[in-house]
Ligand binder design. Structure first.
Ligand SMILES: Nc1ncnc2c1ncn2[C@@H]1O[C@H](COP(=O)(O)OP(=O)(O)O)[C@@H](O)[C@H]1O
Ligand SMILES: [Mg+2]
Length: 152
């Protein structure tokens, strides 16, 4: 288990959020999980969308999985799972969705990760968004080798 690290970043506008998603896209490997925390409208889907498009290498439609709960993409080198668990009714629904299996072999981006309960993966990069002025403050924490993927 690698050491834990924390990083605080200010994202002045939505392009800064997208740029961070693109940077992370080139860093993540199959089996890596990103937990996207923060209130509604804080930028979770915006980051996930930029990351998925960068990884796919095309400007594909990336809808918010608000109602489907999960959406998966076949990207070169890894499958990507994008989950929005806001409407999850019970943590064990995670099993029905196939998320535990995906955590092991895909790149998983999870909005509302606290809904995972005991299914929260041990090794994950947590990105917590909060409004700050016109932009967003992002607090990142997790294994040092994952946090390093946020650095320019
Ligand atoms: N760093 C930022 N500064 C200002 N606005 C941002 C920033 N990042 C994203 N946004 C905007 O905030 C909104 C976030 O929406 P979304 O990503 O759907 O939120 P969430 O998934 O967290 O509910 C979008 O309109 C996006 O353009
Ligand atoms: Mg969202």
């Amino acid at each position: 288990m690698s050491e834990l690290r924390h990083l605080s970043l200010f994202l002045p506008d939505e392009e800064a959020t997208a740029a961070l998603g693109r940077r992370l896209a080139g860093w993540l490997k199959p089996g890596d999980t990103v937990l996207l925390d923060g209130p509604i409208g804080s930028g979770k889907t915006h980051l996930a969308r930029a990351l998925i498009r960068a990884r796919l290498g095309r400007d594909e439609d990336v809808p918010s999985p608000t109602f489907t709960l999960v959406q998966s993409y076949e990207a070169p080198g890894a499958e990507i799972w994008h989950a929005d668990l806001y409407r999850l009714t019970h943590p064990d629904e995670v099993l029905e969705l196939g998320l535990e299996d995906a955590f092991a072999r895909a790149i998983c981006l999870v909005e509302w990760p606290d809904r995972l309960g005991r299914h929260l993966p041990e090794r994950a990069l947590r990105l917590s968004f909060a409004a700050e002025g016109e932009g967003r403050r992002l607090e990142a924490s997790g294994p040092a080798d994952l946090v390093a993927g946020l650095e320019p």
